[in-house]
Ligand binder design. Structure first.
Ligand SMILES: Cc1ncc(COP(=O)(O)O)c(C=O)c1O
Length: 353
């Protein structure tokens, strides 16, 4: 008997490399990347820099390492960093911004992840003996904890004007920046041209097994290279990581549109069910978040009920469940998920009566 299919929609990080990626790994030309001698890494970094409209790029092991290296490279110890209150750097990176980079994070709240330029300006305090020097503003696009929402190029521009006027640098955690670009049907450079530097991930919707890239000026990347080494991130024959990265940049970006279509399908299906609340305006890319609070249950309990139906999701907050579409999640898995959510919510509503 075939095993029951598991529908894993916890994250797009669960994606596996494609056959083309595995072939590329097998045939990659390799060298020692600490000596800058890995031709495949060099090629990936060149492609990444060109795609983002910047001078240079650097391959690192993960999104978290990319953010940490960038924080350290953009600042000096003891300075203040303005970031969105729900940002990945603030929530999920084990406090590396403080414990390793020795910076003061200054969280600013927003609606849907897009910082209000006036709030950013207000958070930049004047020079004063009591205050640390503010040096960096961080944005996140798409915004993970806000449910994959997009920060538009115009919005980034407005924040960049504040940064420039106040002499601060602007950094983008663009782990899923290609989702934003594909969703708005625009070139990714429309986003990146407003920031000093950024990172993006290969290992999420683009399906690579490992890797993220930092992108910025030659000077920023050289400083980052040294910091990556301090953090133990100098890799040797890293071409085996870079090879699938090249495949991703050449052939995996446009398919993100399918993930967005499936997320929309899932969200619209859930919106029709009773007892569950969902804000369709927030479903902009490959994430779907919904509120189960009215069912008399918290998100963790709802997630375990889904697990009994072979569906893996994540509890995002006390009441919100998150599902993320990616390669391998097709219309059929979406229909099954909607039907399981419907059954669970009907059972719970009966219990509430
Ligand atoms: C917005 C954002 N930034 C950074 C990261 C960290 O990436 P990694 O898991 O590769 O460390 C993630 C991971 O989900 C993310 O969503």
């Amino acid at each position: 008997m075939p095993a029951e299919e598991i529908i894993d929609v916890r994250s797009d990080t669960v994606t596996l490399p494609t056959e083309e990626m595995l072939d590329a790994i097998r045939h990659a030309a390799l060298g020692d990347d600490v000596f800058k001698e890995d031709p495949t890494v060099n090629r990936l970094e060149k492609i990444a820099a060109e795609k983002m409209g910047k001078e240079a790029a650097l391959l690192v092991s993960s999104g978290t390492q990319a953010n940490l290296v960038s924080l350290m490279s953009n600042t000096n110890r003891g300075e203040l960093v303005i970031l969105e209150a729900e940002s990945h750097i603030y929530w999920y990176e084990v406090g590396g911004i403080s414990t390793i980079a020795e910076l003061l994070p200054w969280p600013v709240k927003s609606r849907f992840g897009a910082l209000d330029p006036e709030d950013v300006e207000a958070s930049i305090r004047p020079k004063n003996i009591h205050f640390p020097k503010p040096s960096l503003i961080c944005l996140e696009n798409t915004h993970n904890r806000h449910g994959g929402t997009i920060i538009t190029p115009d919005h980034i521009k407005a924040i960049s004007e504040v940064a420039r006027a106040q002499g601060l640098k602007l950094y983008l955690d663009g782990a899923r920046i290609f989702n934003a670009a594909v969703a708005l049907r625009t070139d990714v450079k429309e986003f990146t041209k407003h920031v000093d530097n950024l990172m993006f991930c290969l290992s999420k919707g683009l399906c690579c097994p490992v890797g993220s890239l930092l992108v910025g000026t030659d000077k920023f990347i050289e400083r980052s290279r040294k910091i990556r080494k301090i953090l133990g991130g100098g890799m040797r024959q890293a071409g085996i990581i870079a090879a699938p990265g090249i495949v991703a940049l050449e052939s995996m970006i446009n398919r993100l549109e399918e993930d967005h279509r499936n997320a929309r399908r899932l969200a619209e299906g859930i919106a029709k069910l009773g007892g569950i609340q969902i804000d369709l305006s927030c479903v902009q890319t490959n994430m779907v978040c919904f509120d189960v609070g009215n069912l008399g249950i918290n998100a963790d309990m709802f997630v375990s009920k889904l697990k009994h139906n072979n569906i893996l999701a994540l509890a995002l907050t006390e009441k919100k469940v998150r599902m993320v579409t990616h390669r391998g999640i097709e219309k059929e898995q979406i229909e099954k998920s909607i039907s399981a959510i419907d059954n669970i919510s009907n059972e719970l509503r009966l219990e509430l009566k």
